[in-house]
Design a protein around this ligand. Structure first.
Ligand code: NAD
Ligand code: ZN
Length: 353
């Protein structure tokens, strides 16, 4: 089979590999559509998770099942499925402790295009099929389905980590596709004011549609200053970080109310340390919590998030700004994500309807 791989840091291309083998609890799938993620860019061009040789990229897509192991109960060849980016081992101790994303070690629930071949391939392997796959609802198209692999669950996990409650004022830092889903998630959880940090017109428009009430540009000076000005010096109740760098945390702490919570889902691709400003952190006693996490993955979450889309409560169509047809366009789509033209939110490549 052919797959599009990271050959080494900064180099990618098509390679030939054997079709993966199906274990007793596993499934082999054939993509119906795949999407490119900013994380693919961090991995390939920044070497953010270290060097990888001939590893097939991609962790966002939906698929048709072509083979299942003898212990798989709920899926069969021909099923169309949602595939989460994070595919934990559900019988691990970490999953039993409530941290499925870290099953087998920190971040090790993230397998595709991390330490296992990903979905940019004619066929790919899914471990623990009953625990990780979900049936694709008939009324969700294959392009929107790709947004359910990572963008929706990650953006929403940021909202969970920030513990957004009814009436909270929420700051969302970064309104790429993940931050946009954090805006949508915060809105669904009953946030009152949602201040979005971002400038690209296509993202600002989408953020308005998802419930953002105010906008701040990090290009107009420090974020915290602008947020404090907008909130009579009080700051916000909750913050989701879905963009920026290690320096963003200091800004967030400065405009968070005492007792507030920060949920970070941003992938910190560079920098050694995160500075927490001593005074604004209440000289150590401000009850300002900082949580950072990888989304949990798994079938139940996929089914529930899919149900939201299926019921018409979450419109994913604004996210996929660039849709291509056929493997010949995969490289173009990947390079587009690296170069991020002004009108891009997500590139998707589809192979079926
Ligand atoms: P993106 O690059 O499309 O969006 C990030 C946005 O942040 C951009 O619009 C950028 O302009 C903005 N930004 C840059 N610097 C900023 C600053 N200083 N302050 C505020 N905003 C700034 O990326 P995305 O696809 O939306 O993903 C966001 C992050 O989430 C990425 O780092 C990605 O790798 C990561 N991610 C994490 C998980 C997870 O499970 N935790 C999963 C998927 C993606
Ligand atoms: Zn992703």
């Amino acid at each position: 089979m052919k797959g599009y791989a990271m050959l080494k840091i900064g180099e990618s291309g098509w390679i030939e590999k054997d079709r993966p083998k199906c274990g007793p609890m596993d499934a082999i799938c054939r993509p119906l559509a795949v999407a490119i993620c900013t994380s693919d860019v961090h991995t390939l061009w920044e070497g953010a998770i270290g060097d990888r040789h001939n590893m097939i990229l991609g962790h966002e897509g939906c698929a048709e099942v072509v083979e299942v192991g003898e212990l798989v109960r709920d899926f069969k060849p021909g099923d169309r499925v949602l595939v989460p980016a994070i595919t934990p081992d559900w019988n691990s101790l970490e999953a039993q402790a409530g941290y499925s994303m870290h099953s087998g070690g920190m971040l090790a629930g993230w397998k595709f295009s991390n330490f296992k071949d990903g979905v940019f391939s004619e066929y790919f392997h899914v471990n623990d099929a009953d625990g990780n796959l979900a049936l694709l609802p008939d009324n969700i198209n294959v392009v929107d389905a790709c947004m359910l692999s990572d963008m929706v669950p990650t953006g929403f996990h940021g909202v969970e980590l920030a513990d957004v409650q009814f009436g909270d004022s929420v700051l969302v830092v970064g309104i790429g596709p993940v931050g946009l889903m954090s805006v949508a998630g915060a809105n669904m959880r009953g946030a009152s004011r949602i201040i979005a940090v971002g400038t690209r017109p296509v993202c600002v428009e989408a953020a308005k549609g998802y419930g953002a009430t105010d906008f701040v540009s990090y290009k107009n000076g420090p974020i915290y200053q602008q947020v404090l000005d907008m909130t009579n010096g009080k700051g916000v109740d909750k913050i989701v970080i879905a963009g920026g760098g290690v320096e963003t945390f200091a800004e967030a702490v400065k405009c968070l109310k005492p007792g507030g919570k920060i949920g970070n889902v941003n992938y910190l691709g560079s920098g050694d340390n995160i500075d927490i400003p001593r005074v604004e952190w209440g000289v150590g006693m401000g009850h300002k919590q900082i949580n950072g996490g990888l989304m949990p993955g798994g079938r139940l979450r996929m089914e529930k998030l899919g149900a939201l889309v299926s019921a018409g409560k979450l419109d994913l169509s604004p996210l996929s700004t660039h849709v291509f047809e056929g493997w010949d366009h995969l490289e173009e789509a990947l390079f587009l994500m690296r170069d991020k033209p002004a009108d891009l939110i997500k590139p998707v490549v589809k192979f079926a309807d």
